[in-house]
Write a protein of this length. Structure first.
Length: 247
């Protein structure tokens, strides 16, 4: 029996148990059927919600892999931002999102030039014990459902070839590039403040020359400012007066 058949059998058995318990309590049959029906549909709604959350994770993998795999492609900024927002919504909606989501977000932030956010996700991935799959012993309902779908795709790749290809590619890039990407992001964060704090050279001014009729671009011509202050006008007039008097 496959996993889907097991889930159906479990639901059916749960409904029978609830009906039996209510019958023992002496409730009318119509009330028993009503409560059993409500319980069944609530269970179905919860299961469907978990499936939708898992599907959103796999959709994020596919979209992130498209951008990271074709990094040389001229992606628009709003396309990258849309995929990042998709991944962030996954992280915020789960108590224990899969570590691969953190890697994909870190790589996307690194590609977009946001070194701070890239460093945050990659640091959690590489330096936090909870980022290791083998240390997840108490999964949430969402994570358990995600793993069930993941194993099903791994056993039957034909059911989601694009999804399983994206997962494998992201897993490979995670093993090969996560550490170097974190180091690169941290180095870039240390260099940026230094560039901003460099002082402007003292004693040098730049004059913007007007462009000619030929359509040439304005050029910047440096002009060195002397450190000797100009002679006061009173001294200049006194020198001229004394020269005329002598003559």
């Amino acid at each position: 029996m496959n996993s889907k058949g097991k889930e159906t059998a479990q639901r059916f058995l749960a409904v029978i148990v609830i009906i039996a318990m209510l019958g023992v309590m002496g409730l009318p049959f119509s009330v028993i059927v009503f409560f059993a029906t409500v319980t069944y549909f609530i269970w179905r709604a919860v299961q469907r919600s978990d499936s939708e959350d898992s599907r959103r994770i796999f959709e994020f993998y596919v979209r992130a892999n498209d951008i990271l795999r074709e990094a040389d492609k001229r992606w628009y900024g709003f396309e990258i931002a849309s995929v990042i927002d998709h991944g962030e919504s996954v992280v915020q909606s789960m108590i224990d999102p899969p570590p691969l989501v953190h890697y994909a977000l870190g790589a996307l932030y690194n590609y977009a030039g946001d070194n701070l956010r890239a460093s945050e996700h990659l640091t959690f991935l590489l330096e936090n014990e909870l980022a290791e799959e083998r240390r997840r012993y108490s999964p949430s309902t969402e994570l358990r459902r995600y793993v069930e779908i993941l194993r099903k795709l791994e056993r039957s790749p034909a059911e989601g070839p694009q999804t399983i290809a994206a997962i494998r590619n992201l897993d490979r890039e995670r093993r090969l590039n996560a550490a170097s990407m974190l180091e690169q992001s941290r180095s870039a964060m240390n260099v940026e403040p230094v560039k901003k704090s460099l002082p402007t050279p003292i004693g040098v001014a730049e004059d913007l020359l007007c462009s000619t009729d030929g359509g040439q671009k304005p050029k910047l011509q440096p002009r060195v400012l002397t450190s000797t202050p100009p002679q006061p006008i009173a001294d200049v007039l006194r020198d001229i007066y004394e020269e005329k008097k002598t003559a």
